[in-house]
Design a protein around this ligand. Sequence first.
Ligand SMILES: Cc1cc2nc3c(=O)[nH]c(=O)nc-3n(C[C@H](O)[C@H](O)[C@H](O)COP(=O)(O)OP(=O)(O)OC[C@H]3O[C@@H](n4cnc5c(N)ncnc54)[C@H](O)[C@@H]3O)c2cc1C
Ligand code: FES
Length: 262
Amino acid sequence: MAKYDLRARIVENECLGGKYYRIRAHAPEIASIARPGQFCMIRPEICGDALMRRPFSIAAIREMEVLEFAYTAIGRGTRLLAQQKRDDVLWCLGPLGNTFPMIEGARAICVAGGIGIAPFPFLNYALNKHRVFPVMYYGARTADELVYLEELNQLSEKLILCTDDGTAGFHGFVTQLLERDLENDFQNVVLYACGPHPMLAQVKRIATKLGIAAYLSMEEVMGCGIGICIGCPIPGTTPEGEKVNYLCCKDGPIFPSSYVEL
Ligand SMILES: Cc1cc2nc3c(=O)[nH]c(=O)nc-3n(C[C@H](O)[C@H](O)[C@H](O)COP(=O)(O)OP(=O)(O)OC[C@H]3O[C@@H](n4cnc5c(N)ncnc54)[C@H](O)[C@@H]3O)c2cc1C
Ligand code: FES
């Protein structure tokens, strides 16, 4: 698949509350071919010595030509990103990686934790285009860290919120509620998940227990994003049962849960 390495002019960079941000940049070449689950390697054009690009899931495509990313400012690269203003420029390489598969006739359930919500506005929009309206389970530490709620409400059959501190929705982990709800009704379900490793491990366990398909968006620290530096290994198993190290950027970031060790 084609990929582009281009200068993308920032249209907007907005704090959504706390450490959560949303940035939009004009990149029609990438926007026109990107698919849900894919990511871009980005860095501000003026970045001092923070030269490494960072991977970010494509959160949405706006008006067919603007890429949107959701991010938390947690370290050097993302704090620098948070300082960028409208009309500043990002170096943007993408679209990279594979995509969430669309499974005809399946009941889609999406599971997000924290900034793992990032790929879901794009995925849910694409599912809607296939006439699939997913049930969305979305967990965060606290109510202030729940973002994209209005859009997710529109794109989902049902949006189910969970918080660790009980300030919104179910009081507890998103996977606790998911497991409870699925216990009696898991026919034809396919799970799509993105979030912290412990959450993905729980999704994998639930999927294995119930014998249902689950696709996980995996994260690994990345150097190149295109399979050259071998810097993003994900230990796993092939469908034939052989142990392997997948490359998160090239073989993923989306993996069937049975392929990866968590
Ligand atoms: C395919 C993919 C998609 C991603 N999509 C998003 C997204 O949409 N939004 C978002 O906010 N983040 C996303 N991430 C994670 C994001 O790339 C990291 O948060 C970012 O690289 C941190 O850069 P930094 O310089 O700010 O932090 P650093 O100063 O490099 O590190 C700060 C802290 O973040 C941790 N960290 C660094 N890289 C990662 C990583 N790749 N995954 C998890 N923790 C990391 C470090 O261990 C450290 O604790 C994605 C990662 C991958 C692999
Ligand atoms: S980041 Fe270089 S091989 Fe994956």
